[in-house]
Every structure is written in C-alpha cells, then in structure tokens.
Design a protein around this ligand. Structure first.
Ligand SMILES: [Mg+2]
Length: 388
C-alpha cells in the first residue's frame, strides 16, 4: 500500500494536544532549570528558556484508501514547511510499510542542510505518523510491531519539584532538576548539594535519585559538582555538558569515573549515540522520540546500546503515547520517565494533558494502550479542529 499524502500543520495553542498549557507549578521559577543561558550571570536564575514561541506540530500520513496515522513534534513554525515542502514529496508514493527505508531516505535527503535539530524534529513527526499508520493498517499496537512487549509493564520514575507528592503517587525513583548553574560558582554547588542531600533524606536509601543538569555546563564545574554529590549516591547525572561537546563527555568520564552518566535528549539521529557507545562515554542513552527521529531512530539507538552493553531511558518516555510504546518494546529501555509539573494533589491524569487513550502511571508502573497504532483516540475531525 502506497503513501498518498503527508500533511503537517501547527497545533492551535491551548488545544488538547498542546502540552505547554498543562497545569504548572512555580517549581522552576527563579532557577536555572532548563536555562541554556545559565553560564551568564545576567540570565542565571531567570527560569526556563526551554519553551519557545512555537506551538507543537501535527503531522498526518495518509495511505491510498484513506487510512491515516498521526505524528507530533515541537517547533511547528520552522518544522511544518520542512515536512510539507521537503520531506512529504519524497515519501509520497513509497510503500507505507517501509518505515526503515523512508527514514533512511529522509535522513540522507536532510544532509543537504544538516540532519540535526529542526530537521530531525520534522523527520520524527513523519516517522511517528507512519508507525501509527502501519499499526492501524495491521490492527496491532506499535509496541508489537517494534518487537515488544519486552516486559509486562514499564518501571517509571518521576521528574519534578514536589518530591513528597511524587512519592505519594507511588514512584520508586525521583529525578531533580539542577536549580543553579556555573555562573553562581560555589553558591550553586552549595545550593545543589543542599537540594540533593535533603531529597536523599526524603526518599531514603530504598529509592533511586537522579539529577538533570539541563543548563549547559562545562567539565570543570560538573566534575566539582559530581564530587560534592558523591555521598548522596545519585543513580545518574544527566545532561551535564553542551550536547555536541563529545570531547567533553570523554573528559568527564575520565575525571569522574565512578559516576553513572546519562544524556541524549538533544542528540539527533542514531549517529551521536553510536559515537558515544564506541567511546564508552555515556552509560544511559536518553533520546526523545519526538525529536531524535521517531520510533525508527529509537530502535536503532536501542540496538546500539545493546551492542555496547548500555541502557536506554527514553526522555519523557511515558509522557506521551509514542514514548510509551517505544519504552514497552525495547529490551534496552530500563526506565520510563514522567515529567510532572503539576502541583501537589493534582492527579497524574490531569497534570500533563494526556492524549485521549494514553495510559497514566499507577503506583510507579505503566502498561500502554493495546489499541492499534499508538492508541490515540482522536478522529480526523477532532484533529483538524486542533490545527491553527
Ligand atoms: Mg534531561
């Protein structure tokens, strides 16, 4: 069956698929969580620069006969023309089941401008729409088509600020966002150590604790931070360097050899993961399925990890249906992350605007929907109403 057409459009801000309008706490306010500019004092403590002015992008892939699949990514304004004008003409007329071939065509085509960043966002949306379409055509959940289920359920951890509430929700592992970065020097080291020490007391010795340092740092600061935090037994230290600084990752490994290291949400395609596996610089790969190149790229990364004896923990893995299916399918994926930015007492099913049909963790565990495709329960009319 051939692909008939692929169309992308921006999502209307505030619609049910726009996760930027989920209920939020003020947990990240006044910190460097998500602040890429945190090395400069004039930006340090100014909060997150993670959110952009652009809404998410919806991508629909139609097969001959009218069957369709749905993909999502972020940064619609630059990404939508990349899909409609650059990738869609390449994929139309191809065999709709040939997800590996179509991914490789897009990957090679994008080399003209560079396959990373926004081009990878566009490839992700098309790839996810094609996997959803394939699942609907075959009447099976995507995790089965990807080779799963690998386990009977996904072990989840929570990332957020309201630790007591996250423990009450039943999570057995908690990840913190690093609140201050290197521009604050020793004051940042003191503040992060106080946060991690207090959280270790709260979670006890029977639960895992991780730290995400999303603000881009340098090796000197991160080695000192890792040394300060060693007594608190972090499961992993995450996103601690500028994403493209591959020599820096090697240096960090050499200077903090005891520390388990994780990264990958701002790596694109399978190639940087292959390089990191070859150099043994990272222990746990964290691709984001909506950014890295979709389900096809995640499968490649999972196989790279297995070939090197490493693990995968998909970024925000259980925050959407796409990540849930990939987490459930891949033996190398050991954790499902739920980012929780809703306040204490807000049920998880209300906290992240779950897509209709999407499962929500219960007592720290999750089983994805077994409906065909990614199990998203939205019709074409509803989706068209959500586009701008
Ligand atoms: Mg991260």
């Amino acid at each position: 069956m051939k692909i008939d057409r692929i169309v992308a459009a921006p999502l209307r801000p505030g619609c049910a698929l726009d996760r930027a309008t989920s209920p939020r706490t003020s947990g990240g306010a006044g910190t460097d969580a998500g602040n890429t500019l945190a090395r400069y004092r004039e930006f340090s403590g100014a909060g997150s620069f993670h959110d952009t002015a652009w809404p998410p992008a919806l991508c629909l892939a139609f097969a001959e006969g009218g069957a369709w699949g749905m993909g999502l990514t972020d940064a619609a304004d630059p990404v939508v023309p990349l899909i409609n004008d650059f990738l869609a003409p390449l994929a139309v007329g191809e065999n709709a089941m040939a997800t590996e071939r179509i991914w490789d065509l897009m990957f090679r085509h994008a080399s003209r401008y560079g396959v990373g960043g926004l081009a990878s966002y566009a490839i992700s949306a098309v790839d996810l729409a094609l996997w959803d379409l394939k699942g609907k055509l075959l009447g099976r959940p995507v995790y089965e088509l990807m080779g799963g289920p690998a386990r009977d359920r996904i072990c989840c951890y929570a990332t957020g600020w309201e630790v007591d509430w996250l423990l009450e929700c039943g999570f057995g592992a908690i990840k913190l966002a690093c609140p201050l970065a290197e521009a604050r020097g020793v004051a940042a080291l003191d503040a992060v150590e106080a946060l991690v020490a207090g959280t270790r007391d709260a979670v006890g010795d029977g639960r895992e604790l991780m730290l995400d340092c999303w603000p881009v740092g340098d090796v000197e600061f991160m080695v000192r931070l890792a040394e300060r935090l060693r007594p608190y037994r972090l499961k992993w230290l995450e996103d601690f360097l500028y994403p493209e600084d591959m020599a820096g990752f090697e240096d960090m490994r050499r200077r903090a050899p005891w520390q388990t290291l994780a990264t990958g949400e701002r790596w694109f395609t399978h190639l940087p993961f292959g390089e990191a596996a070859a150099r043994r610089t990272i222990d746990i790969f964290q691709p984001d399925i909506r950014w890295v190149g979709g389900a096809t790229a995640c499968l490649k990364i999972g196989h790279i990890a297995e070939g090197a004896g490493l693990q995968v923990a998909i970024h925000g893995g259980v925050n959407d249906s796409y990540g849930q299916h990939a987490c459930h399918a891949m033996p190398s994926n050991t954790w499902g992350e739920l980012f929780v930015d809703s306040g204490p007492g807000v049920p998880l099913e209300e906290g992240w605007r779950p897509t209709p049909g999407m499962a929500v963790p219960k007592d720290g565990w999750l089983v994805p929907s077994d409906a065909p495709g990614f199990g998203v329960e939205l019709g074409l009319d509803e989706l068209e109403d959500m586009t701008a």
